[in-house]
Design a protein around this ligand. Sequence first.
Ligand code: FMN
Length: 409
Amino acid sequence: MTSQTPLAQTLKLRSGTVLKNRICKSSMNEALAEADGSVTNAFRTLYSTWAAGGCSVLITGNVMVDKRHANEPLAAAVEDEKDIFLLEQWAKSATAQGVEIWPQLNHPGKQSPKFLNDAPVAPSAIPLASDMFIPPRELTEAEILDIIARFIKTAEVLGKAGFTGIQLHAAHGYLISQFLSPKHNQRQDQWGGSLENRMRFITEIYKGIRKSLGKKFNISVKLNSSDFQKGGFTEEESIEVAKVLDGLGIDLLEISGGSWENPVNRRGEQKASTKAREAYFLDYAEKLRKEIKVPLMVTGGFRSQSSMEDALESGAIDVVGMARPFVVEPDFANKLLTSSNNVSPVKPITTGIKKVDAMAIMEISWYTNQIHRISEGRKPATKVRGLLSVINVFYQFWRRGQKVKKVRA
Ligand SMILES: Cc1cc2nc3c(=O)[nH]c(=O)nc-3n(C[C@H](O)[C@H](O)[C@H](O)COP(=O)(O)O)c2cc1C
């Protein structure tokens, strides 16, 4: 037993929730919903396996607040109480085992691919540098207010279903992060321009959810340390946003980075100092730690127990966030808590074809297939080749993409 590991320490959040350890499963889209975004039973099996795996918090894959705007086919969408029974079962799969479960709320904005969305929206009509996406239309103020109300409504339904918190997805280039970025938000009204105006979208969402669900409901934010894009959201701006969110009373801040155009969240920046410490955003977390009081979690790159323990002991972070390690080993957290010197066997997934390997969808496909196996009560098949997963997922997209578009319109 390694009862001395800092990973096993409890942590009291502002909400009063006591996390039973410092290990959190970060968000991964499950692609287990129906074509129209309805929740299925598969979520329950998946999360009950993950809850038994030892983490203190499970952040779910992103849940759309508007089913017409999805980032991936078969992403869940929660707009009202029609799926409340299945949502209750999903929440219970974790809470019955004493584990926190927080759905991640998202609106993709312009990062909604054209096989799903003919009319994507964004703070400004600035296209993405990829022909996977139709150039977006600028949101009107009434539409911005409608999306804020949708975030609040989705949180209310989830709170009613028994989820113990939510996370706002403000990272990876989706709508909240589009609002924060001076490159993607060039509005002249109260929602654009100064950083204060650009962060109004997220602060209004946060305030609305807090007002409705109260102090005991956990509200986390996943924020980019930076977009890593010229003219984009910088570390300095990210620190300012984190300070404001801290002041407003969020319960846990998760740090990530990048976007579809530059997915550093899954491959890191490749700096020597980053490689040595594994986690991609630790240098930033150290700077941020001095500026804020809210518990801080970093996700991206953690693989070895020693790096996780060093990061906690240095005081840079309070919670270790991981995603891919829990697909390969759903009980990895239990291993960390009960033995020493563990290292996750996660390795880059490759097909041997350079062009295919460069596609973000390649790695995501491989993990999605494994998540589906776990949701069926099976073990992950870690020897499956990357190319097979891509073919499988592309087949699913082809078969279901048109249907998704039709039923979500
Ligand atoms: C299959 C898959 C799906 C993901 N879906 C989401 C998501 O819905 N929301 C999110 O914030 N991050 C998502 N991510 C990113 C992860 O949360 C995490 O930031 C990233 O994988 C780096 O952490 P890791 O090195 O521990 O895997 C996803 C990653 C993978 C592999």
